[in-house]
Structure formats: structure tokens, C-alpha cells
Design a binder for this molecule. Sequence first.
Ligand code: PEP
Ligand code: MN
Length: 279
Amino acid sequence: MNTLRLTSLNDESTGRTVITVGSVKVGEDFVVIAGPCSVEGEEQTIETARRVKEAGANMLRGGAFKPRTSPYDFQGLGLEGLKILEKAKRETGLPVVTEVTDPRDVSWVCEYADVLQIGTRNMQNFSLLKEVGKANKPVLLKRGMYSTLKEWLNCAEYILAEGNPDVILCERGIRTFETYTRNTLDLSIVPSVKEVCHLPIIVDPSHGTGKLSLIEPMSLAAMAAGADGVIVEVHCNPCDALCDKDQAMSPEMFSGLMKKLQVLRPCMEEINHGNGGRS
Ligand code: PEP
Ligand code: MN
């Protein structure tokens, strides 16, 4: 990994990257990002934002630009969606994580986003990576669904090389021969990243499994594996979701998950440090 000049964990003295987003410190606190797959309208987004905030989420997720497998599927509301996210942030105080898919959109999406998400399909879109590398917003870089750890870290390297040090890695599942789950959530990548890289890493069990019943156990497993957080899809009315309906948690399910994470958190702190605090 010696070509990874900026992302490598060279020695413990360089320390691990901590990224401040509003009142949250990613890499220090365990962060929970929750919200709908896509912004479908004002009522849906604001209601979902309120419910995830009530349950204890730290940030709101929601796509205004949706990279969909079929061109005939809902593609997101674009600017209108970003304005809705801005309103949801005003109402709840939750910082907004939203995807950017085109280098030409980066500068103006920055006016609405607190964290710029790069989706799995764009992990190796190098012109997009260079553009977010020039932005002054943290970047959530999802792992490409066919990518090795080295390829992924090289993509983070592109962003850092342009001057943006604030990259949060996100494991979201990779393609394997298994068909029971939507993807195979590679939790072994979490301690692997920690061994070689100083950037924080979170886990997306929603896309990683595509199955409602698996999101809670895999979120708990992500915490146990040492992840710095999770990002999960929650919809105020899952049956009506326009995108990724089968993996959308209800606010009640999400609240149940938050309670279990709160039970596990002190155990993990005890295991890692004996006296609380995260490394
Ligand atoms: C998403 O988070 O909305 C998304 C599209 O994820 P991914 O890029 O991991 O498929
Ligand atoms: Mn989704």
C-alpha cells in the first residue's frame, strides 16, 4: 500500500482523522446517519427527518440525484430535493448527507449539503473525485461494488490529493455469488481499513443486505467490528417509498435499532479502552 501517500496509517503518531460535521465528530463518536433513500417530497422528508432525530440520529440522509439501474425509474428531484433537505435541516438541526453524481453539480450542491456522498457506481469517477477534492465539504466515499480495498483507498487518495482531507469511507456491500442478500456486506473490511488507513469508516447495512430483517443485526455487528458509524434508510411510510422500498425501515424499527446500539456502545468502549472513549 506504499503508493497510498495520504490515506495510509503510517504510524500511530499521525493519529486518526476526526471529521467535524455540526456537533458530530466522525471518527470519535459513533455516528448514525438515517433518512430516506430519496427525497420524494417535503412532507415525506420532513416527517422522516423528525422521526429519526427523535430516535437519536446524528445526521439526515436523502438523495436528490438518484443513480438508478433503469433510466425509467425515479431519478430524484434534483434542486427541488436539495431545497427540501435544507428545510428539513432547518426544522431538525440535522446536518445533511446527499449524493452528487456529476462534477458540474459539485459547487452548487455544496450550498445545500453538509456531507457530499459519492455512490458505489461513481467510486472510480475520477473527474468527480477531483471535483469533490476541491470542495470544502466532507465526502462520504462509498466502496465500489466490485472494488478491492486498495482500489477504494486509491479513490480516497484522489480526493485527499486535491486538498480535501475529510473523507469518510463507507462499506455498502460487494457483489458475490450470493443471491439471498442484495449484496454481501463485507464487515471484515472495517478492521482491515483500521489497520492500514487513518480515515473513519462507516457501514451501510441497508444497501449491504437489502433486507429489512438483516439491518439491525448487521448494524450491531458493524459497531462490534469497530466501525465509526452506520448509515441506514428510514422512510416514514415504507410501503410508499419510491426507491429501495424493501429495505426501508419504519421509524419504529429505527428507534428499536437505536436502543440496541445504545446498549452495545458502552460494551464496545469497555472492550476497546477499558475506560470509555474511542480511539
Ligand atoms: C444510496 O445511498 O442512496 C445509494 C444509492 O447507495 P449506493 O451508491 O451504495 O448504491
Ligand atoms: Mn437506496
